[in-house]
Design a protein around this ligand. Structure first.
Ligand code: NAD
Length: 443
């Protein structure tokens, strides 16, 4: 199929290279000049396993091209994927300006100059929204298209579908190619046929529904997963008070197949570019429709308190924080990605600096992005070249990202470098008993 993808971020580029790998002809439209130039040279603009090899292959076979020329991408495409950002507005609702801008671009290029040829195309175009958007966005986009066509006195066959993306950063290519399910929200048999055709080689359930329901499925799924995380963190606080082991509680719960072990990891809570903003946006949708969303608000509140509770623990252990050297291991919101958007590390580091602690951080891939995203924090902390250097004369280590590299450290060597052997593993990733035997004080 001939496909246009708008937005070459984590979702857009992964979608594009995976669809190209399956033999589709993909044109990616990216508005950021810098990104575009790098992509045109075959360079991936973020860290995500396997994207570079798929990009290489797709460029060599000519299956993928990158452009800023929307018209050239739109004209031949049957499917137009919208993969742009939907960040949070100050009130928590989703900012849909990027999505709307892409739709305007599409409509502009389907204006009277193209209509004669388009009308000859019996099939027309399917605009597919992959960005995470609140319920009703697809309807709005359809209405935009209708109004535009009315205003220019033509009926261009254009339909809007929803196809939410469930990939996880760090495993994005795998998740795209081997999803648990594909959700397609469509308003016509033709739209359904086109998307089923696109995904025909995928061996997973394909749920076909209307656009509003598809939009709801994405927010409901993310909100449910976030709820599991905040639930186990609430249990963790209680475990701390009653001297119970939350990792065993989670394990004991997780063996129950109705519950499942995933997303039951107590710790610093969720971050990243999706869960925090999607929860806020879902709650905003609920409020708009006068539905009680206290459950979601509590999930958000519990999560926002995690860095505060971590700092309390740290202060309890190190007492006076002023001038104490604290090592932060891990800046990205999860391992195997360089994404630091709304990462727990930013909140923890801000708190440490408020306490006038000296912060030294190390992350194997996230330091450049952290510097760019948080310039004010970065100017007041130090970045080390490796984990050992970060631990030099440290009064305490806080582990915030489960990078495998941290498990493989020579912890005897780390201990020898430290001023005080304190380690707070905010991900329950390392094995406390083993570190305890070495002489670390862990909690
Ligand atoms: P991103 O910020 O990494 O990428 C968005 C890209 O779109 C940027 O490169 C930006 O320059 C480009 N862009 C913006 N306006 C454009 C325009 N008019 N024309 C062309 N390009 C334009 O965002 P992302 O993380 O890829 O997320 C995109 C959407 O997918 C969001 O709605 C997000 O919630 C959703 N999502 C993200 C993930 C994830 O793990 N990142 C997973 C599932 C769904």
């Amino acid at each position: 199929m001939n496909i246009a993808v708008f937005g070459a971020g984590y979702v857009g580029l992964v979608t594009a290279v995976c669809l190209a790998a399956q033999g589709n002809k993909v044109t990616v439209v990216e508005k950021d000049r810098d990104k575009l130039e790098k992509l045109q040279e075959g360079r991936v603009t973020f860290y995500e396993p396997d994207v570079d090899s798929l990009l290489d292959a797709a460029m060599s076979s000519g299956q993928i091209t990158f452009t800023s020329d929307s018209a050239a991408a739109i004209a031949p495409a049957e499917l137009l994927f919208i993969c742009v950002g939907t960040p949070a507005l100050p009130d928590g609702s989703a900012d849909l300006s990027q999505v709307e801008a892409v739709m305007r671009t599409i409509l502009k290029h389907l204006s009277h100059y193209q209509i004669p040829s388009l009308q000859q195309e019996a099939e027309g175009k399917l605009v597919v929204v992959k960005s995470t958007v609140p319920v009703g966005t697809g309807d709005r986009l359809s209405r935009m298209a209708e109004l535009h066509m009315q205003s220019i006195g033509a009926a261009v066959p254009i339909e809007v579908a929803s196809n939410p993306e469930f990939l996880r950063e760090g495993a994005a290519v795998h998740d795209f190619l081997f999803p648990d399910r594909i959700v397609i929200g469509v308003g016509s048999a033709r739209g359904e046929r086109l998307l089923r055709e696109l995904y025909r080689s995928f061996e997973c359930p394909v749920l076909s529904t209307d656009t509003r329901t598809a939009e709801m499925i994405k927010y409901a799924s993310n909100s449910f997963l976030a709820t599991k995380i905040s639930f186990i963190n609430m249990v963790s606080d209680l475990c701390d008070k009653v001297q119970a082991d939350v990792t065993h509680v989670a394990k004991g719960m997780g063996y129950d197949r109705r519950i499942g072990e995933q997303f039951l990891k107590a710790g610093i809570g969720f971050g990243g570019s999706c869960f925090p903003k999607d929860l806020q946006a879902f709650a905003a949708v609920g409020r708009k429709h006068h539905v009680q969303v206290e459950l979601l608000e509590q999930v958000i509140r519990i999560n926002q308190e995690r860095p505060v509770k971590l700092l309390e623990k740290l202060k309890d252990a190190l007492w006076v924080m002023k001038g104490k050297r604290v090592t932060v291991l891990g800046l990205t919101f999860k391992p195997h990605t360089d994404d630091v958007r709304d990462c727990p590390a930013s909140h923890v580091i801000a708190g440490l600096l408020r306490e006038q602690a000296e912060v030294v951080a190390y992350d194997p891939v996230g330091m450049a992005n952290f510097r760019a995203a948080y310039p004010e924090l970065s100017a007041r902390m130090r970045f080390a070249d490796n984990a050992y250097e970060a631990c030099d004369r440290s009064d305490g280590i806080v582990l915030l990202t489960e990078w495998p590299l941290f498990k493989e450290l020579d912890w005897v060597r780390v201990l020898a470098k430290m001023e005080t052997p304190y380690l707070l593993d905010a991900r329950h990733y390392l094995i406390d008993e083993e570190l305890g035997k070495l002489g670390f004080v862990c909690n």
